[in-house]
Design a binder for this molecule. Structure first.
Ligand code: SAH
Length: 359
């Protein structure tokens, strides 16, 4: 680690911000020593806010049908070999009830951009969950929709929304997406969601094709500016039936390094150790938690559809039942000294933040 890197880490750990050049230097000068120092600071700040609590989200992948053609994603419309399915309202509500019994208090409904789920179809599902489980948080991750649609879903009872920005660099965005999709529209959606009162999750893949250190620095500067309540980052993993089939996957080391930086930029952020991280390394999720993550998102989807929701190759937990996933994660977290809690897992205030007025 060079002197500037160590000074930047100290500055980040103290002030929780750096100029974009500082982020670029950190990304470009990643080594084991810098990673260990960042993780140590990130762990300390996370413990001061969340202790050893790890939040769980029950992920329900309710449709693999997608109109988009993102170059990296196995669900892309032009992948003819992807088996498509759609869960019925009854199936979704069954997953939620089972998840509740297993101790989940947040449900994430994720899907491709499936036009069948109009507001008229999706809002009643959200309302039904809201009515049957008033103590739970409902998170949607269903892609780009109109502001009006986001407003209706919010009124129906959705609390949070995950819409990864994918990359904060418009030119890079254009290399990852078909020309029908636009960076400006994605950012417009992210801003609409915030204005409508959702807790918003953004994020990017680590090691996606064409990604440079300058792109990652822009991502970090965006996270610094926007301060999303949640931030999903995981390694890019190639899917065999996409144009990026032969590209290299992102690494565990770089993902963990960025998780630590993001924890320091935004101490209260809800930061998952993603399934993709668990896919590229057998202890990926544990390593993510140790680097500063505080959320895990086990799968609640029915076992028979899991093998059809394949964003990338090699995805873990394919044959498991929801209860097994939950137990396995409990054990994995206990083994590293953390505890999965039965909790909605909302952001907690930072005790060090003296600018906050008491509630
Ligand atoms: N249709 C929704 C949900 C997309 S899937 C939406 O557009 O928001 C959730 C995330 O998986 C994506 O945002 C993307 O960042 C990630 N993802 C997709 N393909 C991937 C791949 N090949 N490797 C790693 N992550 C991938």
């Amino acid at each position: 680690m060079d002197t500037l890197t160590s000074e930047l880490i100290d500055e980040l750990a103290t002030t929780h911000t750096l100029p974009i050049e500082g982020y670029e230097h950190l990304v470009a000068h990643q080594d084991e020593e810098a990673a260990a120092l960042l993780a140590q600071h990130a762990d300390a700040v996370r413990r001061s806010i969340y202790g050893t609590d790890v939040f769980v989200r029950g992920l329900i992948e309710f449709s693999s049908i997608c109109r988009n053609d993102c170059l990296y994603c196995g669900l892309r419309a032009s992948n003819a070999s992807c088996e498509r399915y759609r869960l019925s309202e009854e199936q979704i509500l069954f997953c939620v009830d089972m998840g509740y019994e297993l101790g989940f208090r947040t449900f994430v409904l994720q899907s491709g951009e499936d036009g069948w789920y109009t507001d008229e179809r999706l809002c009643p599902i959200v309302s039904a969950i809201r009515a049957s489980h008033p103590d739970c948080a409902i998170t949607l991750s269903v892609g780009e929709r109109s502001r009006e649609s986001y407003a209706r879903l919010r009124e129906a009872g959705a609390d949070r929304y995950l819409l990864r920005h994918e990359t904060a660099d418009p030119d890079h965005y254009a290399l990852l997406h078909p020309k029908e999709m636009s960076f400006d529209h994605r950012m417009r959606c992210v801003c609409d969601l915030r204005e409508l009162g959702y807790l918003v999750g953004v994020g990017m893949m680590v090691g996606s094709p064409y990604q440079t250190t300058a792109h990652l620095a822009r991502d970090l500067a965006f996270i610094d500016r926007f301060k999303p309540e949640m931030c999903g980052i995981g390694p890019f993993i190639p899917h065999h039936a996409t144009p990026f089939a032969d590209r290299a996957a992102g690494t565990l080391e770089q993902t963990c390094y960025l998780l630590s930086i993001i924890r320091l930029i935004h101490p209260t952020v809800l930061l998952p150790a993603t399934t993709a991280l668990g896919t590229i390394h057998p202890n990926g999720r544990e390593r993510g938690i140790l680097a500063g993550a505080n959320v895990v998102m086990p799968n609640l989807s029915p076992s028979d559809v899991r093998t059809k929701y394949l964003l990338y190759d090699g995805k873990i937990c394919m044959g498991d039942e929801a209860a097994e996933c939950r137990r396995c994660l409990d054990l994995r977290m206990e083994r590293i000294g953390y505890h999965v809690v039965v909790d909605r897992g909302d952001p907690r205030p930072n005790p060090a933040d003296t600018t906050r007025r008491p509630a």
